[in-house]
Design a protein around this ligand. Structure first.
Ligand code: UDP
Length: 426
């Protein structure tokens, strides 16, 4: 590594702004991942620039998070929110403005880590223009996602082609779970280099408060049986399954149930429509007395919600990783999750929680009941979850693995002359 390229990285996340509030329209795990990876890498001595698309004129173009870590917002198309399925046509402008930023700041990024397929296209374009190396994290695979939804968007064929291209051409792909790696191999391509490095969580923040204190802070009764959902309002998240399962549990005789659904929504946008739909189901089932829509929960208050819950439910139809599961586990709360994707990796069935077939209301109801009916077992599962997250999923640990990967990729290829000299001395 020469001194100008040493430990400098561009994290590119076109639609997932690492500097914004999480939990609203299209802002979820990817935003959290990029921000936390960026800050943790900066602590390890990397100079981290995180590039995203500017969506409002009120947003600063540069947000400095820590001394070595900042978010840089580039213009691409109108400066307004655009759903991710409609962003592709603006990417050439994003690339142009990235190149302009490099020239204006005297930087050439030798290494870019792209996030989601849109950014992967940007990374591949950069590679055509300059000698950047590319690491890519998918966050979601079209080939899997399109099997789980009814309305396939127009952009699907472009996305699938780009996802295949980047798997075969990036210097390294980061799969966040063995399940994601298998999906890449079986559904996308057998070519390309994949490493498994999971997502992480803040193990100091989550787990910092005990159940009783958390319930006191939130005004929740000690005897209540609290079932928690945290996440975006998106049909793929399966919130309907959870609502119907809790209703089933009540019909089977569970007492003192309290369902908390955490996550923001924007009226008129797709997440607002899903929230209205879920609220309507809650009303139809007569559950509104014991169901709370808590709205967007900040990262500061989230640990209190996780700690207050008896069980956290992640009922997704598809989940590439699922940060919410490890946040709950870090907080000592068992997880009932769909038996899909990264949740099969993070949640150990019967050890840190329970897995149930996606969309299976009865199976979810039974799993939730088993935990609610046995507080001692609940605590055992919670402790085992905490231990698992401490050993495998801290941001610090994740950043060390990424840092090693980047360092390896930035090593200059051995000069032919040196190789020859080595041969002579042998
Ligand atoms: N989140 C949040 N506030 C909310 C809802 C969600 O901060 O009101 C965060 C949550 O803590 C997690 C992320 O959004 O870190 C969701 O990530 P996950 O991988 O579970 O799902 P995704 O959004 O990527 O589908």
């Amino acid at each position: 590594m020469n001194s100008t390229t040493e430990k400098r990285i561009a994290l590119i996340s076109v639609h997932g702004d690492p500097a914004i509030e999480i939990g609203k329209e299209e802002a979820g795990g990817q935003n959290v991942y990029v921000r936390n990876v960026g800050e943790a890498l900066a602590k390890l001595g990397w100079q981290v620039d995180m590039f995203t698309r500017k969506v409002s004129l009120e947003q600063d173009s540069i947000v400095q998070h820590t001394q070595n870590c900042r978010t840089i917002r580039l213009k691409a198309g109108q400066v307004e929110f655009v759903p991710r399925d409609d962003i592709f046509e603006y990417l050439p402008e994003f690339v142009d403005n990235f190149l302009k930023f490099q020239v204006e700041n005297g930087i050439t990024y030798q290494l870019v880590h792209t996030n989601y397929w849109l950014s992967s296209w940007v990374g591949m374009e950069l590679k055509k223009i300059q000698e950047s190396k590319q690491v890519h994290t998918y966050h979601s695979l079209g080939a899997v996602k399109y099997n789980t939804i009814e309305n396939i968007p127009l952009i699907a064929s472009v996305r699938l082609a780009v996802e295949k291209d980047v798997l075969e051409r990036a210097e390294r792909i980061v799969a966040t779970s063995p399940q994601e790696q298998q999906h890449m191999r079986s559904l996308v391509s057998t070519e390309g280099n994949i490493d498994i490095i999971p997502c992480g969580t803040d193990i100091q923040r989550f787990g910092s408060i005990a159940r009783e204190a958390a319930r006191h802070d939130l005004g929740i009764d000690k005897e209540a049986k609290v079932v928690l959902y945290v996440g975006r309002f998106d049909p793929r998240k399966g919130i309907e399954t959870l609502v119907r399962a809790v209703n089933e549990s009540q019909l089977r005789g569970s007492k003192n149930l309290q369902l908390i659904i955490g996550g923001g929504s924007t009226p008129g946008n797709s997440d607002g429509i899903e929230r209205d739909r879920i609220e309507q189901i809650v009303n139809e089932l007569g559950m509104s007395d014991f169901t709370t829509f808590a709205g967007r929960l900040s990262q500061d208050i989230l640990p209190t919600y996780y700690a207050a819950a008896d069980v956290c439910v992640v009922p997704s139809h598809y989940e590439p990783f699922g940060l919410v599961a490890i946040e709950a586990m870090a907080s000592g709360t068992p997880v009932v999750a769909s038996d899909v994707g990264g949740l099969q990796f993070t949640v150990v069935h019967e050890e840190t929680g329970l897995l149930a077939p996606p969309q299976d209301v009865n199976a979810f109801a039974s799993a939730i009941d088993r935990i609610l009916l046995n507080p001692e077992w609940r605590d055992e599962l919670g402790k085992a979850g905490r231990k698992r997250v401490e050993s495998k999923f801290s941001w610090h640990g994740v950043a060390i693995q990424l840092s090693e990967l980047y360092t390896q990729l930035l090593q200059p290829a051995e000069e032919p002359a040196q190789e020859a000299a080595l041969l002579v001395t042998k």
